[in-house]
Write a protein that binds this ligand. Structure first.
Ligand SMILES: [Zn+2]
Length: 385
Protein backbone atom coordinates (compact mmCIF):
# COMPACT_ATOMS: atom_id res chain seq x y z
CA UNK A 1 0.00 0.00 0.00
CA UNK A 2 1.55 3.35 -1.02
CA UNK A 3 2.38 5.87 1.70
CA UNK A 4 -0.41 8.28 2.49
CA UNK A 5 -3.20 6.19 1.06
CA UNK A 6 -5.89 5.61 3.64
CA UNK A 7 -6.34 1.95 4.52
CA UNK A 8 -9.38 -0.02 3.67
CA UNK A 9 -11.19 -0.77 6.87
CA UNK A 10 -13.00 -3.95 5.92
CA UNK A 11 -14.14 -6.15 8.75
CA UNK A 12 -11.81 -8.99 9.47
CA UNK A 13 -11.91 -12.32 11.09
CA UNK A 14 -10.45 -12.03 14.54
CA UNK A 15 -7.08 -13.71 13.79
CA UNK A 16 -4.60 -15.31 13.41
CA UNK A 17 -2.63 -13.01 11.11
CA UNK A 18 0.79 -11.84 12.22
CA UNK A 19 1.58 -8.16 11.89
CA UNK A 20 4.67 -6.18 11.11
CA UNK A 21 5.50 -2.56 11.90
CA UNK A 22 5.47 -0.50 8.70
CA UNK A 23 6.60 2.72 10.28
CA UNK A 24 7.26 4.06 13.78
CA UNK A 25 8.02 7.54 15.07
CA UNK A 26 8.80 8.47 18.68
CA UNK A 27 9.16 11.92 20.19
CA UNK A 28 11.04 11.88 23.51
CA UNK A 29 11.59 15.20 25.27
CA UNK A 30 10.98 17.02 21.96
CA UNK A 31 13.43 14.87 19.92
CA UNK A 32 12.05 12.78 17.07
CA UNK A 33 13.44 9.35 16.23
CA UNK A 34 12.35 6.47 13.98
CA UNK A 35 11.02 6.79 10.42
CA UNK A 36 11.20 10.57 10.44
CA UNK A 37 10.90 10.53 6.62
CA UNK A 38 7.34 9.22 7.00
CA UNK A 39 5.76 12.64 6.91
CA UNK A 40 2.23 11.53 7.78
CA UNK A 41 3.39 9.71 10.89
CA UNK A 42 5.83 12.47 11.87
CA UNK A 43 3.05 15.07 11.59
CA UNK A 44 0.71 12.89 13.66
CA UNK A 45 3.34 12.36 16.37
CA UNK A 46 4.11 16.10 16.49
CA UNK A 47 0.42 16.95 16.75
CA UNK A 48 -0.03 14.37 19.56
CA UNK A 49 3.07 15.58 21.42
CA UNK A 50 1.86 19.20 21.41
CA UNK A 51 -1.61 18.19 22.60
CA UNK A 52 -0.21 16.01 25.41
CA UNK A 53 2.14 18.81 26.51
CA UNK A 54 -0.92 21.01 27.10
CA UNK A 55 -2.89 18.30 28.90
CA UNK A 56 -0.04 17.26 31.19
CA UNK A 57 2.27 20.26 31.68
CA UNK A 58 4.12 19.07 34.83
CA UNK A 59 5.91 16.21 33.13
CA UNK A 60 9.47 15.54 32.05
CA UNK A 61 10.78 13.27 29.27
CA UNK A 62 7.35 12.98 27.71
CA UNK A 63 7.36 10.11 25.22
CA UNK A 64 4.88 9.86 22.35
CA UNK A 65 5.11 6.92 19.94
CA UNK A 66 2.95 6.47 16.85
CA UNK A 67 3.12 3.19 14.96
CA UNK A 68 1.63 2.05 11.67
CA UNK A 69 1.44 -1.72 11.38
CA UNK A 70 -0.18 -4.17 9.01
CA UNK A 71 -0.81 -7.85 8.55
CA UNK A 72 2.40 -9.57 7.49
CA UNK A 73 0.80 -11.72 4.78
CA UNK A 74 0.32 -10.24 1.31
CA UNK A 75 -3.14 -11.76 1.12
CA UNK A 76 -4.37 -10.11 4.31
CA UNK A 77 -2.88 -6.79 3.26
CA UNK A 78 -4.47 -7.05 -0.17
CA UNK A 79 -7.95 -7.22 1.32
CA UNK A 80 -7.12 -4.39 3.70
CA UNK A 81 -7.43 -6.39 6.88
CA UNK A 82 -5.62 -5.80 10.13
CA UNK A 83 -4.03 -2.51 9.13
CA UNK A 84 -3.84 -0.18 12.08
CA UNK A 85 -2.36 2.85 13.76
CA UNK A 86 -1.32 2.78 17.39
CA UNK A 87 -0.10 5.34 19.86
CA UNK A 88 1.52 4.92 23.25
CA UNK A 89 2.07 7.95 25.46
CA UNK A 90 4.00 7.95 28.73
CA UNK A 91 4.72 11.01 30.84
CA UNK A 92 6.85 10.58 33.95
CA UNK A 93 5.89 13.18 36.53
CA UNK A 94 8.38 15.70 37.84
CA UNK A 95 7.79 14.94 41.50
CA UNK A 96 10.40 12.63 43.02
CA UNK A 97 9.08 9.23 43.96
CA UNK A 98 6.41 9.21 41.28
CA UNK A 99 8.57 8.10 38.36
CA UNK A 100 7.66 4.47 38.81
CA UNK A 101 4.07 5.25 37.95
CA UNK A 102 3.93 7.71 35.04
CA UNK A 103 0.88 8.96 33.26
CA UNK A 104 0.23 6.43 30.55
CA UNK A 105 -2.33 6.14 27.78
CA UNK A 106 -2.43 4.23 24.51
CA UNK A 107 -4.89 3.21 21.82
CA UNK A 108 -5.09 1.40 18.49
CA UNK A 109 -7.43 2.27 15.62
CA UNK A 110 -7.88 1.28 11.96
CA UNK A 111 -7.09 4.75 10.55
CA UNK A 112 -4.91 7.71 11.60
CA UNK A 113 -8.02 9.92 11.65
CA UNK A 114 -9.74 7.62 14.16
CA UNK A 115 -6.56 7.43 16.24
CA UNK A 116 -6.40 11.22 16.39
CA UNK A 117 -10.08 11.40 17.33
CA UNK A 118 -9.53 8.80 20.10
CA UNK A 119 -6.66 10.85 21.51
CA UNK A 120 -8.82 13.98 21.66
CA UNK A 121 -12.02 12.33 22.89
CA UNK A 122 -10.55 9.89 25.43
CA UNK A 123 -6.77 10.30 25.71
CA UNK A 124 -6.37 13.97 26.55
CA UNK A 125 -9.20 14.12 29.13
CA UNK A 126 -7.77 10.95 30.73
CA UNK A 127 -4.21 12.32 30.82
CA UNK A 128 -5.47 15.65 32.18
CA UNK A 129 -7.51 13.98 34.93
CA UNK A 130 -4.66 11.59 35.84
CA UNK A 131 -2.20 14.51 35.80
CA UNK A 132 -4.34 16.66 38.10
CA UNK A 133 -4.75 13.79 40.54
CA UNK A 134 -1.21 12.38 40.50
CA UNK A 135 0.58 15.71 40.89
CA UNK A 136 -0.97 16.09 44.36
CA UNK A 137 -1.31 12.40 45.30
CA UNK A 138 0.29 10.69 48.26
CA UNK A 139 0.74 7.01 48.95
CA UNK A 140 -2.20 5.27 50.53
CA UNK A 141 -0.88 4.49 54.02
CA UNK A 142 -3.34 1.74 54.85
CA UNK A 143 -6.53 0.28 53.54
CA UNK A 144 -9.62 2.44 53.38
CA UNK A 145 -13.23 1.68 52.78
CA UNK A 146 -16.00 3.90 51.47
CA UNK A 147 -18.28 4.48 48.54
CA UNK A 148 -16.39 4.46 45.22
CA UNK A 149 -17.23 6.22 41.95
CA UNK A 150 -15.23 4.89 38.99
CA UNK A 151 -14.50 7.00 35.91
CA UNK A 152 -15.48 5.21 32.67
CA UNK A 153 -12.11 3.64 31.73
CA UNK A 154 -11.75 2.16 35.20
CA UNK A 155 -15.38 1.03 35.20
CA UNK A 156 -14.81 -0.61 31.79
CA UNK A 157 -11.67 -2.39 33.05
CA UNK A 158 -13.66 -3.66 36.04
CA UNK A 159 -16.53 -4.96 33.88
CA UNK A 160 -14.06 -6.62 31.50
CA UNK A 161 -12.34 -8.49 34.34
CA UNK A 162 -15.44 -9.15 36.43
CA UNK A 163 -18.06 -9.94 33.78
CA UNK A 164 -16.10 -10.36 30.52
CA UNK A 165 -13.79 -13.13 31.68
CA UNK A 166 -16.33 -14.85 33.89
CA UNK A 167 -18.82 -15.34 31.05
CA UNK A 168 -16.21 -16.97 28.78
CA UNK A 169 -17.50 -20.54 28.66
CA UNK A 170 -14.16 -22.24 29.43
CA UNK A 171 -13.65 -20.04 32.51
CA UNK A 172 -17.23 -20.67 33.60
CA UNK A 173 -16.62 -24.44 33.42
CA UNK A 174 -13.42 -24.02 35.43
CA UNK A 175 -14.66 -21.91 38.34
CA UNK A 176 -18.37 -21.15 37.84
CA UNK A 177 -19.29 -23.19 40.93
CA UNK A 178 -17.12 -20.98 43.14
CA UNK A 179 -18.74 -17.69 42.12
CA UNK A 180 -21.64 -17.91 44.55
CA UNK A 181 -24.00 -16.87 41.72
CA UNK A 182 -25.32 -18.71 38.68
CA UNK A 183 -26.70 -17.86 35.26
CA UNK A 184 -30.26 -16.63 35.74
CA UNK A 185 -29.40 -15.02 39.09
CA UNK A 186 -29.62 -11.32 39.82
CA UNK A 187 -25.88 -10.48 39.63
CA UNK A 188 -26.58 -6.84 40.38
CA UNK A 189 -29.58 -5.45 42.22
CA UNK A 190 -29.36 -2.39 39.96
CA UNK A 191 -32.05 -2.98 37.32
CA UNK A 192 -30.43 -0.57 34.85
CA UNK A 193 -27.28 -2.68 34.47
CA UNK A 194 -27.18 -4.05 30.92
CA UNK A 195 -23.91 -5.54 29.63
CA UNK A 196 -23.42 -6.91 26.14
CA UNK A 197 -20.69 -8.24 23.87
CA UNK A 198 -21.07 -7.16 20.25
CA UNK A 199 -18.26 -7.52 17.69
CA UNK A 200 -20.44 -6.34 14.79
CA UNK A 201 -19.87 -2.62 15.32
CA UNK A 202 -17.12 -1.72 12.80
CA UNK A 203 -13.99 0.32 13.36
CA UNK A 204 -12.82 -1.08 16.70
CA UNK A 205 -10.03 -3.38 17.93
CA UNK A 206 -12.64 -5.95 18.88
CA UNK A 207 -14.65 -5.76 15.62
CA UNK A 208 -15.18 -8.74 13.31
CA UNK A 209 -17.90 -10.29 11.18
CA UNK A 210 -16.97 -13.95 11.53
CA UNK A 211 -15.05 -15.56 14.37
CA UNK A 212 -12.08 -17.90 13.94
CA UNK A 213 -14.36 -20.95 13.80
CA UNK A 214 -16.48 -19.45 11.02
CA UNK A 215 -19.46 -18.56 13.25
CA UNK A 216 -21.18 -15.31 12.43
CA UNK A 217 -20.51 -12.55 14.94
CA UNK A 218 -23.53 -11.31 16.84
CA UNK A 219 -24.58 -9.26 19.80
CA UNK A 220 -24.92 -11.28 23.02
CA UNK A 221 -26.70 -9.90 26.06
CA UNK A 222 -24.70 -10.96 29.11
CA UNK A 223 -26.48 -9.03 31.84
CA UNK A 224 -29.98 -7.67 31.42
CA UNK A 225 -31.63 -5.56 34.14
CA UNK A 226 -28.94 -6.82 36.51
CA UNK A 227 -29.68 -10.48 35.74
CA UNK A 228 -26.97 -12.82 34.39
CA UNK A 229 -28.29 -14.03 31.02
CA UNK A 230 -25.62 -15.79 29.01
CA UNK A 231 -22.08 -17.03 28.34
CA UNK A 232 -19.71 -16.30 25.45
CA UNK A 233 -18.98 -19.54 23.61
CA UNK A 234 -16.92 -21.29 20.97
CA UNK A 235 -17.45 -24.74 19.43
CA UNK A 236 -15.82 -26.56 22.32
CA UNK A 237 -18.28 -25.48 25.02
CA UNK A 238 -21.30 -23.78 23.45
CA UNK A 239 -23.35 -26.80 22.41
CA UNK A 240 -22.58 -28.89 25.52
CA UNK A 241 -23.53 -26.04 27.86
CA UNK A 242 -26.76 -25.41 25.97
CA UNK A 243 -25.79 -21.88 25.00
CA UNK A 244 -25.26 -22.43 21.28
CA UNK A 245 -22.57 -20.54 19.43
CA UNK A 246 -22.24 -16.83 20.17
CA UNK A 247 -19.45 -16.20 17.63
CA UNK A 248 -16.73 -15.59 20.23
CA UNK A 249 -14.23 -18.31 19.24
CA UNK A 250 -11.00 -16.39 18.83
CA UNK A 251 -7.42 -17.43 18.20
CA UNK A 252 -4.50 -15.32 19.38
CA UNK A 253 -1.75 -14.65 16.84
CA UNK A 254 0.51 -17.65 16.52
CA UNK A 255 -1.68 -19.78 18.79
CA UNK A 256 -3.05 -23.14 17.71
CA UNK A 257 -6.15 -23.27 19.87
CA UNK A 258 -9.34 -21.26 19.79
CA UNK A 259 -11.03 -20.18 23.01
CA UNK A 260 -14.12 -18.08 23.81
CA UNK A 261 -13.05 -14.45 24.21
CA UNK A 262 -14.51 -10.96 24.59
CA UNK A 263 -14.87 -8.70 21.55
CA UNK A 264 -16.52 -5.32 22.22
CA UNK A 265 -17.82 -5.59 25.76
CA UNK A 266 -19.79 -2.68 27.10
CA UNK A 267 -22.39 -1.56 29.57
CA UNK A 268 -25.27 0.56 28.30
CA UNK A 269 -25.74 4.06 29.71
CA UNK A 270 -27.84 4.52 32.83
CA UNK A 271 -29.82 7.54 33.97
CA UNK A 272 -27.42 9.23 36.39
CA UNK A 273 -25.46 12.41 35.72
CA UNK A 274 -21.81 11.70 36.71
CA UNK A 275 -21.72 14.85 38.85
CA UNK A 276 -24.81 13.73 40.75
CA UNK A 277 -23.19 10.34 41.46
CA UNK A 278 -20.23 12.13 43.09
CA UNK A 279 -22.61 14.47 44.94
CA UNK A 280 -24.44 11.47 46.37
CA UNK A 281 -21.34 10.39 48.34
CA UNK A 282 -21.02 11.49 51.94
CA UNK A 283 -17.57 9.95 52.48
CA UNK A 284 -15.77 7.98 49.77
CA UNK A 285 -13.55 8.14 46.69
CA UNK A 286 -13.60 9.12 43.04
CA UNK A 287 -11.17 6.69 41.36
CA UNK A 288 -9.49 6.56 37.96
CA UNK A 289 -6.50 5.43 35.93
CA UNK A 290 -6.78 1.64 35.58
CA UNK A 291 -3.34 0.02 35.44
CA UNK A 292 -2.99 -3.76 35.63
CA UNK A 293 -6.25 -5.55 36.10
CA UNK A 294 -6.93 -9.20 36.38
CA UNK A 295 -9.56 -11.84 36.71
CA UNK A 296 -8.46 -14.64 39.02
CA UNK A 297 -11.20 -17.24 39.21
CA UNK A 298 -13.93 -15.78 41.44
CA UNK A 299 -11.85 -12.72 42.32
CA UNK A 300 -11.06 -9.47 40.55
CA UNK A 301 -8.05 -7.26 41.20
CA UNK A 302 -7.34 -3.86 39.66
CA UNK A 303 -4.46 -1.47 40.27
CA UNK A 304 -5.74 2.10 40.23
CA UNK A 305 -3.49 5.13 39.63
CA UNK A 306 -5.43 7.46 41.93
CA UNK A 307 -8.32 7.73 44.38
CA UNK A 308 -9.58 11.23 45.17
CA UNK A 309 -11.41 11.66 48.45
CA UNK A 310 -15.02 12.85 48.29
CA UNK A 311 -16.51 14.50 51.39
CA UNK A 312 -20.13 15.57 51.65
CA UNK A 313 -20.59 15.36 47.87
CA UNK A 314 -17.50 17.43 47.00
CA UNK A 315 -14.21 16.36 45.39
CA UNK A 316 -11.35 17.28 47.74
CA UNK A 317 -7.59 17.84 47.23
CA UNK A 318 -6.87 14.67 49.22
CA UNK A 319 -5.67 12.12 46.65
CA UNK A 320 -4.05 8.73 47.10
CA UNK A 321 -1.93 7.00 44.47
CA UNK A 322 -0.98 3.35 43.96
CA UNK A 323 -4.25 1.93 45.11
CA UNK A 324 -5.61 -1.53 44.53
CA UNK A 325 -9.12 -2.86 44.49
CA UNK A 326 -9.75 -6.52 45.29
CA UNK A 327 -13.18 -8.04 45.44
CA UNK A 328 -15.24 -11.14 44.87
CA UNK A 329 -16.93 -10.98 41.48
CA UNK A 330 -20.21 -12.20 42.90
CA UNK A 331 -20.16 -9.46 45.53
CA UNK A 332 -18.93 -6.31 43.82
CA UNK A 333 -21.81 -5.90 41.34
CA UNK A 334 -24.28 -6.23 44.23
CA UNK A 335 -22.80 -3.00 45.57
CA UNK A 336 -23.49 -1.08 42.36
CA UNK A 337 -25.95 1.74 43.08
CA UNK A 338 -25.42 4.31 40.29
CA UNK A 339 -24.91 4.08 36.50
CA UNK A 340 -23.83 7.18 34.57
CA UNK A 341 -25.41 8.37 31.34
CA UNK A 342 -21.98 8.81 29.70
CA UNK A 343 -20.55 5.62 28.14
CA UNK A 344 -16.97 5.83 26.85
CA UNK A 345 -16.01 3.15 24.32
CA UNK A 346 -12.27 2.59 24.20
CA UNK A 347 -9.87 0.62 21.97
CA UNK A 348 -7.22 -0.37 24.46
CA UNK A 349 -3.56 -0.34 23.44
CA UNK A 350 -2.87 -3.22 25.82
CA UNK A 351 -4.17 -6.60 24.80
CA UNK A 352 -6.42 -8.86 26.80
CA UNK A 353 -4.34 -11.78 28.08
CA UNK A 354 -5.72 -15.21 28.85
CA UNK A 355 -3.45 -18.18 29.54
CA UNK A 356 -0.56 -16.24 27.97
CA UNK A 357 -2.42 -15.59 24.71
CA UNK A 358 -3.14 -11.99 23.69
CA UNK A 359 -5.98 -10.61 21.64
CA UNK A 360 -7.28 -7.06 21.20
CA UNK A 361 -10.61 -6.10 22.62
CA UNK A 362 -12.74 -2.99 23.05
CA UNK A 363 -14.14 -1.89 26.41
CA UNK A 364 -16.95 0.45 27.28
CA UNK A 365 -18.68 1.73 30.39
CA UNK A 366 -20.21 4.83 31.96
CA UNK A 367 -19.32 6.19 35.41
CA UNK A 368 -20.30 3.57 37.99
CA UNK A 369 -21.00 4.16 41.68
CA UNK A 370 -20.48 1.44 44.33
CA UNK A 371 -21.48 1.31 47.97
CA UNK A 372 -18.62 0.58 50.34
CA UNK A 373 -15.60 -1.02 48.63
CA UNK A 374 -12.17 -1.57 50.20
CA UNK A 375 -9.08 0.09 48.67
CA UNK A 376 -5.67 -1.41 49.45
CA UNK A 377 -2.15 0.07 49.06
CA UNK A 378 -0.48 -1.39 45.96
CA UNK A 379 2.88 -1.59 44.20
CA UNK A 380 2.75 0.37 40.94
CA UNK A 381 2.47 -1.69 37.75
CA UNK A 382 3.48 -0.97 34.18
CA UNK A 383 0.31 -0.17 32.35
CA UNK A 384 -3.33 -0.92 31.87
CA UNK A 385 -4.37 -4.44 30.94
ZN1 LIG B 1 -8.95 -9.61 29.56
Amino acid sequence: MPDGEPPKTGMRRSGPTSTSVLSEVTITGGRMTGRTDDLELAALATQFDLAVAKAAPSTSDRRVTVIESAAASEQDRAVGTDHRWETLITCPLLQPGLHANPLVWGARKPTPELLSRELHSTGLPTLERDHDALTVAESLPNRRSGAVVMEPLLAAALLHACVGHTVEADNYVEYGEDLGIAIGDQWSTHRELHVLDDPTEPGHSGSYEVDDEGSAARSTTLIESGRWESLLTSCQHGPTLGHGLTGNGRRARGASRITPRNSILRALPGADEPTSIVESIDDGFYCGGPRRSGSMREFVRIEIAWARRVRRGQLTGEVFRDVELRARKGDILRRLYAIGNDVTLFDNFWPCEKDGENIYTTLGAPHLGFRSLVLYPSTPGQGPR
